[in-house]
Design a protein around this ligand. Structure first.
Ligand code: FA5
Ligand code: MG
Length: 344
């Protein structure tokens, strides 16, 4: 459905080349596919409208800033630990098959996540990916041993301050090469340790070494053991990622028997909310300049809340007191009589 092109560019150190791959499938082509009528097609216009936004690729958008920060951190971690660098994928089509999204990941045939009430389908066998894990097996099978894959994901989920039906995930995978004398148990213990190390280090790198976090056991059919990481935000625990040691059966289905590795899936909005103190996930979709103008690549700022009402320009005329007016008098809220005429 799409061809891959390779664009190498410089990263952490000028010496380190980070290979980057992207799909060349045009957004317009994806959008046409989403609109093809089918009895199972349950994708509303409000979702289709979001498909070509690609917020994670938009310069100066907080999701792009955090994505770059995480990619740089992960490749620095790889370099420091003498591991292969991560190949970056960030422009794969969000349309995947039920095999990619569920079967390859051992999701049971009657699991609720497959139902039309939870997932946006184009037809019986294609859907909008519900997580970036949908790309795991294709890369492992083709021999890519370490990669980061970012994209928009779609779920018919509730909407509140930390949930939205379209959000962004980054998948990370590392497959290890062990010497033959390392036992399976030892290999998996090393992998689990490396997984928790890179992710704990990431949270500290993003939020400071004193940030409050906790690991909890979780369940995913495609990893065992599985964990989630929660970080304290506004006095409450916020789940920011799921992860685990890749299930032997997933590896075997990729023709990688006796190979082991880890995988994680980060919620980019959740991490960006904590990093920039953005209180509501819906703000990421705002076209309002009062949102977008606050962010600049490489700058980590604290989000400044603004009025929920749209910007409204007014012409204001007033008489100055004879002794003149200092701007600080206005800031201090001195009372002046204002006669204003609305623009609109
Ligand atoms: C997954 O999607 C797994 N694919 C993660 C994974 C990858 C596990 C690899 C093991 C190995 P989960 O449904 O928990 O897991 O979502 C992962 C993260 O996405 C969550 O921790 C959260 O940060 C974010 N997330 C989930 N649902 C939403 C939503 N509706 N809105 C915003 N962020 C969400
Ligand atoms: Mg979860």
């Amino acid at each position: 459905m799409h061809t891959l092109c390779r664009i190498p560019y410089l990263l952490v150190s000028p010496k380190l080349l980070r290979p980057r791959y992207c799909s060349s499938q045009a957004s317009s082509e994806v959008i046409q596919l989403l609109k093809v009528p089918h009895a199972k097609n349950n994708i509303p216009a409000s979702i289709i409208q979001k498909v070509d936004k690609k917020l994670h690729l938009k310069r100066h958008h907080p999701l792009n800033i955090i994505k770059t920060k995480i990619e740089d951190y992960c490749n620095k971690y790889a370099l420091d630990n003498e591991q292969n660098s991560f190949t970056i994928y960030d422009n794969l089509s969000p349309i995947v098959t039920t095999k990619q999204c569920f079967d390859d990941l051992l999701v049971a045939s009657d699991h609720i996540s497959r139902s039309s009430s939870d997932t946006y389908y184009l037809n019986e066998s294609t859907l909008l990916r519900t997580h970036t894990s949908a790309h795991q097996s294709q890369f492992i099978r083709s021999g890519v041993d370490s990669f980061l894959c970012t994209g928009d994901v779609y779920r018919r989920d509730e909407i509140d301050a930390s949930h939205y039906p379209v959000f962004h995930q980054m998948e990370g995978v590392r497959i290890f090469n062990f010497k033959e004398n390392v036992s399976v148990n030892d290999a998996k213990a090393i992998i689990e340790n490396d997984l928790k190390n890179i992710l704990t280090g990431l949270a500290k790198h993003l939020f400071g070494k004193d940030c409050e976090m906790r690991w909890r056991n979780d369940y995913f059919p495609f990893t065992t053991p599985s964990f989630e990481l929660e970080v304290k935000f506004n006095d409450a625990w916020l789940e920011v990622l799921g992860c685990g040691v890749i299930h032997d059966q997933v590896m075997a289905n990729c023709n990688k028997t006796n190979k082991y590795g880890w995988a994680f899936g980060l919620g980019l909005e959740r991490l960006a909310m904590i990093l920039f103190s953005i209180p509501d996930i819906r703000l990421f979709w705002s076209d309002d300049e009062r949102f977008s103008n606050q962010f600049k690549s490489n700058d980590i700022i604290k989000f400044q809340p603004y009025s929920k009402f749209p910007l409204c320009y007014k012409d204001v005329s007033f008489w100055l007191p004879a002794e003149g007016l200092h701007i600080n008098d206005v800031y201090e809220g001195k009372q002046y009589t204002l006669y204003s005429s609305d623009h609109h």
